[in-house]
Design a binder for this molecule. Structure first.
Ligand code: G3D
Ligand code: MG
Length: 181
């Protein structure tokens, strides 16, 4: 086991998923601990950085979060987004089944097309504060995560700040564990 010291890790993470699933809200909640109801649609990519403590690994990592806009007109810019990418959050909206379908059909295939090395990503079902509007079961999320060999499956609420830190931290930990094993 290598003895990495604080700050040794810089992880570029792509945040992927259909427009409206809550990518920008998740990233802002994680970085700012705030939730704004009025975010404008992201243009291109928003890049945010956050240093995270990883007590389990006795380490810290600088996460460089690429919040990618889902609009098709930016399709051609995607190879730049994926360059040097250490991992991804694949995000769907638990109230919108089509966003769940598109994880495999669109986002994972896009990621695989561009990232040829390790395939390190977690599956995130966001908006779990909207239980009464749920359209995707927790079990369906878990079985998709297994099928696509995601490192983790987690349901979050960017609105209520549920499991947001956990999602990003688990991804960072899993990536570093694999790279040091
Ligand atoms: P995107 O970056 O994936 O396109 P956004 O998604 O972060 O812009 O969020 C899209 C909409 O979903 C926003 O609402 C936002 O407030 C809402 N949203 C994001 N995360 C959650 C969540 O966890 N729970 C709930 N209830 N809503 C969430 P508007 O109305 O601004 O379009
Ligand atoms: Mg956005």
């Amino acid at each position: 086991m290598s003895s990495k010291k604080s700050g040794d890790w810089v992880l570029k993470i792509a945040i992927l998923g259909d427009a409206g699933v809550g990518k920008t809200s998740l990233v802002n909640q994680f970085v700012d601990n705030s939730f704004k109801e009025d975010y404008k649609a992201t243009i291109g990519a928003n890049i945010l950085k956050k240093d995270v403590k990883l007590p389990q690994l006795n380490s810290t990592a600088k996460m460089v979060l690429w919040d990618i806009a889902g609009q098709t007109q930016y399709e051609k810019a995607r190879s730049a987004y994926y360059e040097g990418c250490s991992g991804a959050l694949l995000v769907y909206d638990i109230t919108r089944y089509s966003s769940f379908d598109n994880i495999s059909a669109r986002w994972l295939s896009d990621y695989r097309k561009h990232v040829k090395k390790e395939q390190l990503y977690i599956l995130v079902g966001n908006k779990n504060d909207l239980e009464h509007q749920r359209g995707v079961n927790n079990e369906d999320g878990a079985s998709l995560a297994e099928k696509i060999e995601a490192l983790e499956f987690i349901e979050t609420s960017a609105k209520d700040n549920i499991n947001v830190n956990e999602a990003f931290t688990k991804l960072a930990e899993a990536i570093i564990k694999l790279k040091t094993s």
